[in-house]
Design a protein around this ligand. Structure first.
Ligand code: HEM
Length: 231
C-alpha cells in the first residue's frame, strides 16, 4: 500500500471529525499540555510549604483534602486524569500515524529543525508516566512507602527522600520533566499560533525560565532532605 493510501486508510479508520485530524489531535495535545503544565507549576509552588516545616506542610495538605467540603480534590483529580489520558492518547496516535506514513524509516536520520529535547519526547514522556504511577503509590496512597502515615504528609515527605534510591529516581524524573516541559511549552506556543520570528526569543525564554524554575525547585526537595536542610 502506498503512503497516500495508508494515510487515507488511517483517516477512514478513525472517522473524519476534528479529533481524527492530526491538527485536531495536536490541539488536544496543546490544550491538555497547558493543563498539566499548570498543574506541575502550582504543585511545585504548593510543595514549597515543606520549607516552612511540619505545621505549614500538613496544613496545606489538609486544605487540599478539605476544600469544597472534600469535593475539590476529586474534581481536581478528575480533570488531571482526563488531561493525562487525552494527552497520552493524542501522543500515541500521532506517533503511530507518523510511523505508518514512513514504514521503512530513513537509512540515516538527519535531524534538521529539531532539538535534542524534541527527539526525546517519547522516552521522557514514558519515564514521566512511570514516575507518576510510582509517585502516587509513594506519597499519595503509601503502597510504595516503607512507613507511610496517612495523618502526617510531612513525615512521609521527609522519610521518603531519606532513601537515596528514591531520591535519585525523583531527581532523574525531574530532569525528564525538564526536557519534556521545555519542548512542550515551545510546541504549545507554536500550536497556539505564536510562530512569528518576533516572538521566538520570548517563547524560548519563557520555556527555559519556567522549566528551570519548576525543575530546580522540585530537585531541591530530595536534596534538602538528603543534606538535612529539611528534617
Ligand atoms: C520533587 C518533586 C515532587 C514532590 C516533592 C511531590 C510531592 C507530593 C506530595 C507530598 C503529594 C501528596 C499530597 C497529599 O496527598 O497531601 C503529591 C501528590 C501528587 N503529585 Fe507530586 N511531587 C513532586 C513532583 C510531581 C510531579 C513532577 C508530578 C507530575 C508530573 C506530580 C504529580 C502528583 C500528583 C498527580 C499527586 C496526587 C494529587 C492527588 O492527591 O490527587 N508530582 N506530590
Amino acid at each position: 500500500m502506498s503512503v497516500a493510501e495508508q494515510s487515507i486508510a488511517g483517516a477512514e479508520a478513525r472517522g473524519h471529525g476534528f479529533m481524527a485530524s492530526s491538527v485536531g489531535r495536536k490541539v488536544v495535545m496543546a490544550a491538555t499540555g497547558i493543563v498539566l503544565f499548570g498543574f506541575v507549576t502550582v504543585h511545585m509552588i504548593g510543595n514549597t510549604q515543606a520549607y516552612l516545616g511540619a505545621e505549614g506542610f500538613n496544613g496545606y495538605a489538609k486544605f487540599l483534602h478539605t476544600m469544597l467540603h472534600g469535593a475539590g480534590i476529586w474534581i481536581f483529580r478528575a480533570v488531571l486524569l482526563a488531561a493525562t489520558g487525552l494527552h497520552i492518547w493524542a501522543a500515541v496516535s500521532l506517533t503511530l500515524d507518523n510511523q505508518a506514513a514512513r514504514p521503512v524509516g530513513y537509512r540515516a536520520q538527519q535531524p534538521v529543525a529539531s532539538t535534542w529535547a524534541s527527539r526525546t519526547m517519547r522516552w521522557s514522556g514514558f519515564i514521566l508516566a512511570a514516575f507518576i504511577v510510582y509517585h502516587l503509590l509513594h506519597l499519595t496512597t503509601g503502597h510504595a512507602h516503607p512507613n507511610f502515615d496517612h495523618a502526617n504528609p510531612y513525615a512521609n515527605f521527609v522519610s521518603a527522600f531519606k532513601v537515596p534510591a528514591a531520591a535519585g529516581f525523583y531527581i532523574v524524573a525531574q530532569l525528564c520533566l525538564g526536557l519534556h516541559m521545555w519542548h512542550g511549552v515551545w510546541s504549545f506556543t507554536q500550536t497556539l499560533g505564536l510562530t512569528h520570528p518576533r516572538y521566538d526569543g520570548l517563547r524560548r525564554n519563557f520555556a527555559t525560565g519556567l522549566t528551570l524554575l519548576v525543575v530546580g525547585v522540585n530537585i531541591s526537595y530530595p536534596i534538602a532532605v538528603l543534606t538535612g536542610c529539611i528534617h
